[in-house]
Design a protein around this ligand. Structure first.
Ligand code: GDP
Ligand code: ZN
Length: 295
């Protein structure tokens, strides 16, 4: 039997998976029974022909982001992410419901979250600034950047160092612009992956992992725009609002749904202003959007 080698999944290609091992990238297939492999996965693979390999095992994941697929199942998007950078802007106007959704998922998946306000070259919005103050008080780091004006990028690069990151956020906020600004030779690298795996150009379909020049890895994945509340329970959504966490044990009933329940400590805290009413109201909205919210 061929020796097992360790590798890093750097791209999902139409006809296989690109695995980086040492200084080469090799095209690998997976065994049928194997869980779907995600970009960012560390794997054990074996040489199956001179220029192809086979993934034998996915090594334990530190974290996993998934997105909904058919039959209420989920598909892995990216593995071993340390930090999700939620990108937003004044235009299209920031969707704080979506923002809370991303933050709640991260909180439950043990992934750090940070906020990136892009398009700082455009006039600021008072209402956004007010919400941002709240998020910063909750401990979420905030980076102010402009991809097109190349502002704030050095600070962002420093934050991306020494870890695996991914940008998420609604379409149009500038995720691709930022990725291109941070990885100027992105197309070159993508083509190099395709070339070494002999699949020709433009075959990279879903996600790709890039090594940043200043250190750190950035996973570029179109699918991440929709990693949603997939798989979260109602209780996990409440936990995903980090300011609720110390209050959850204070509710009168341990199955409290934090809506109109008697003795709800979360609602009480929102009413007295101890926690932000805007976040609590968004929690109620997201809760209603959940598939199994109302048994
Ligand atoms: P994505 O959908 O999140 O990947 O967003 P894109 O990167 O495609 O950007 C959407 C639009 O916003 C494009 O027209 C970009 O030129 C524009 N854009 C991106 N970054 C900035 C910025 O910093 N300032 C301004 N004014 N526009 C930007
Ligand atoms: Zn409650």
């Amino acid at each position: 039997m061929a020796a097992l080698l360790e590798g890093l999944v750097v791209a999902h290609l139409g006809q296989g998976i690109a695995v980086e091992a040492g200084d080469k990238t090799i095209l690998c297939q997976t065994l049928r029974k194997l869980d779907t492999v995600a970009v960012g996965d560390k794997v054990l693979w074996s040489q199956s022909s001179p220029d192809q390999g086979r993934i034998e095992q996915i090594l334990p994941r530190r974290s996993l982001l998934s997105r909904p697929s058919r039959n209420e199942k989920t598909r892995p998007v990216a593995a071993n992410i340390d930090t999700v950078f939620v990108v937003f802007a004044v235009e299209p106007f920031c969707d704080f419901l979506l923002m809370d959704q991303y933050l709640a998922v991260c909180e439950n998946r043990d992934i750090n979250a940070a906020l990136v306000l892009n398009k700082t070259d455009l006039p600021p919005s008072d209402s956004i600034e007010q919400e941002l103050l709240g998020y910063q008080q909750l401990g979420y780091p905030l980076y102010r950047v402009s991809a097109t004006a190349a502002a704030g990028l050095d600070t962002l690069k420093a934050a991306l160092k020494d870890q695996v990151s991914i940008f998420s956020g609604q379409s149009g906020v500038g995720k691709s612009s930022l990725t291109n600004a941070l990885i100027p030779d992105k197309d070159l690298k993508t083509n190099a992956i395709s070339a070494t795996t002999k699949l020709g150009r433009h075959t990279t379909t879903a996600a790709t992992l890039y090594h940043l020049a200043e250190g750190g890895d950035l996973i570029d994945s179109p699918g991440v725009a929709i990693f949603g509340l997939a798989g979260l329970t109602e209780a996990q959504l409440a936990y995903g609002y980090r300011e609720f966490q110390p209050l959850l044990d204070e509710c009168q009933f341990n199955n409290c749904r934090h809506v109109l329940d008697k003795g709800c400590a979360v609602r009480a805290a929102a009413e007295t202003g101890a926690i932000a009413m805007s976040r609590y109201q968004r929690f109620l909205k997201l809760r209603e959007k959940m598939p199994l919210a109302n048994p």
